[in-house]
Design a binder for this molecule. Sequence first.
Ligand code: FAD
Length: 477
Amino acid sequence: MSQQFDVVVIGGGPGGYVAAIRAAQLGFSTACVDAFKNPEGKPSLGGTCLNVGCIPSKALLQSSENFHAVQHDFAKHGISVENAKIDVAAMLKRKEDIITKNAGGIAFLFKKNKVANVHGLASLKGREGEKWVIEVSDNGAVVDTLEATHVIIATGSSPRQLPGVPVDNVTVLDNAGALALTEVPKRLGVIGAGVIGLEMGSVWKRLGAEVTILEAMPTFLAAADQQIAKEAFKTLTRDTGLDIQLGVKIGAIENKGASVSVAYELNGEAKTVEFDKLIVSIGRVPNTAGLNGEAVGLQMDERGFVVVDEHCHTNLPNMWAIGDVVRGPMLAHKASEEGVAVAERIAGQKPHIDFGVIPWVIYTSPEIAWVGKTEEQLKAEGVEYKKGTSGFAANGRALGLGQAQGTVKILACAKTDRILGLHMIGPMVSELVTEGVVSMEFKAASEDLARIVHAHPSLSEVIHEAALAADKRALHG
Ligand code: FAD
């Protein structure tokens, strides 16, 4: 006998679990089916983000930054620590404890909101009258059959693999392996200088690895504003010590078990390097295998993404899709907002997501963050703009933190002064970027930011000063 629901959400990541909670809050009987198992083989809610993505990577970044600070910054504060050592097992345990705590938190919220928490792989079987039938299996055996009026697909994404180079998570690693290394490798190679490659490279570099990042694109962080990207490249190579090679053509890769050799071409010159571990971080692909989408007529594009309209509705009746499995940036907060919007649309509300005002963050040290258009995009679109920049070098709070490095740039419409983009590299810009998000959502002018009182001493004063600079009224520039 099938269990009946108004809404079944497939996937328990930041898109799916948030959609399920919101649907239940709106009065729908809701189930969330998730297939993820942790390394001990136990179900763990939270998807990629919580288990092998956003949260564990930030835990390790913090540990590695602390280790680096003890060795390089504490002496300036008059604090001496001799023979600082890193206990990788303790660091990994701290990371695992954070995951367990938050996964338990999601399970608690499911209980609180009466969301049925179903573990297993969901497969679409077709329609019985007005209902979608979903079969759930675990370890190859069918464990449940659910029927739902609405289905929300939130199956996320998986790491893209290099053809002919299987990930074994011993020598050749994806994000899960890179977050679970039990010792610091001497020589670490990273293929791909995107967000994941830079964050993972930074962790292991700060813990003592020699890190080489090989990137096919000739431009560093092509999606970012290039003034900020250039500053980031300089800082990450000079201060963090990452060896980042751009415009590389990867050749043969041989996994020898204890090491891996990578042949590549750079500026016409053939090279081969030997690494102890190699992280492959060349992007992610949507998860649709096992969903049985083709059999029920679910439309997917040539790259495997589920095709949706601006409301995240698929080509099938009452079937929705959100998060990494659909178009748009592969970001947890984008997935969650889509989850809320779909649940509210099912309830007959008219939610709206402004896809032009989604913040991006790279949690290197210093952090990189932006929202809105880059200078390159504005130029390409022929938009007349003005800009204001300011740096963290003389900011009192940044000096106190010992992180007085970086830049904030505001781009505003030359005619209306409306803010079009905010781009930053510097301390805690992951937090500061929200000032840009709020300003842009409220359609603020750069003058508005310039006339708002910012606390002193605070990092946000650099945004204030950049806004003043856009109006040619900089006080400290
Ligand atoms: P996911 O989180 O991938 O969750 C999908 C879930 O569905 C998984 O549990 C999966 O097992 C399950 N599933 C798949 N198929 C089925 C099926 N048929 N039946 C049942 N369950 C199924 N984003 C940020 O915004 N900030 C960051 O700092 C950040 N850092 C990251 C760091 C790393 C190392 C990585 C890899 C990613 C990072 N991301 C970050 C991206 C972020 O993790 C994703 O954008 C986000 O997890 C997408 O959410 P989702 O709900 O769409 O899918």
